[in-house]
Design a protein around this ligand. Structure first.
Ligand code: NAD
Length: 253
């Protein structure tokens, strides 16, 4: 494929249209990156690009289901063709379908494993050959504090635990190519993913967070920018909690 000259560092953010992903997209844009959002919501991505004004030239919104290998292949090829091989991949897309195990269908299990875990494998597998060729890369995978275990979340918790193991293994395999792989385990962050929770449930969660508030997408963006930076070449295979201290003591019950 023809490689064009493009002088910006390039990042992909999956699920980049809203919530934490939008915070990550904006943070990377603010740090000077060109950012491709991979998301199901084309209208929302178009609005994000419009709102960015002149900076919108450094944004791309590609409609892609990140659980579909063909769509992921085409989307990564588009980014590489229009800009260049990505420097940063942030695997952020995720979803929940909470039910206790006796009520959980096979479809609930497969859906949550696919969106949260398989998608990270598909996207990483697609960008890594280019990163190896260019001799550097940063992969940042979004896990969750819920990987420690969470009532009604055997599918989500298993997927997010898988993300931690996946991240560690990529770090081992890719270190010699100048590619790092790290994970972030957010606590409760105020985004649409919390919409199914009642005010009472949210209050109960707030009461278990030592810093006394829900997190914000920006809180996750700070950790992501640290892992993504060229200076972070000696940090790999790590999972950092960004959860207001909630991982220190409280179980997810
Ligand atoms: N918000 C929290 O409290 C919290 C806590 C821990 C971890 N996380 C994780 O952070 C990440 C972002 O969560 P959020 O709260 O911003 O969620 P969100 O629901 O607000 O946003 C998720 C985004 O992913 C996109 N998406 C979902 N499935 C997709 C698919 N198959 N292909 C492409 N895009 C897809 C959605 O369209 C949406 O834009 C997820 O991995 C989530 O598990 C969130």
């Amino acid at each position: 494929m023809e490689q064009k000259t493009f002088d910006k560092r390039v990042a992909i953010v999956t699920g980049g249209a809203q919530g934490i992903g939008l915070g990550l997209t904006r943070a990377l844009l603010g740090a000077g990156y060109a950012v491709a959002m991979f998301d199901l919501k084309q209208d929302v991505m178009n609005a994000v690009i419009d709102e960015a004004g002149p900076d919108g030239e450094r944004l791309m919104g590609i409609k892609v289901d990140v659980t579909n290998s063909g769509q992921v292949r085409d989307a990564v090829a588009r980014v590489t063709h229009n800009w260049k091989t990505p420097d940063v991949l942030v695997n952020n897309a995720g979803a929940t379908r909470d039910k206790r195990i006796t009520k959980m269908s096979e479809e609930d299990w497969d859906f949550v494993i696919d969106v949260n875990l398989k998608s990270q494998f598909l996207c990483a597998r697609e960008v890594i050959p280019g990163m190896i060729d260019q001799g550097h890369g940063r992969i940042v995978n979004i896990s969750s504090r819920a990987w420690l275990g969470g009532f009604g979340q055997c599918n989500y918790s298993a997927a997010k635990g898988g993300v931690v193991s996946f991240t560690r293994t990529l770090a081992i395999e890719l270190a010699k190519h100048g590619i790092t792989s790290n994970a972030i385990a957010p606590g409760a962050i105020d985004t649409p993913i919390l919409a199914p929770l009642s005010e009472e449930q949210l209050d109960r969660i707030r009461g278990t967070i030592p810093v006394g508030r829900l997190g914000r997408p920006d809180d996750i963006a700070h950790a992501m920018l640290m892992f993504a930076s060229p200076q972070a070449s000696y940090i790999t295979g790590q999972t950092i909690y960004v959860c207001g201290g909630r991982s220190l003591s409280s179980p997810s019950v």
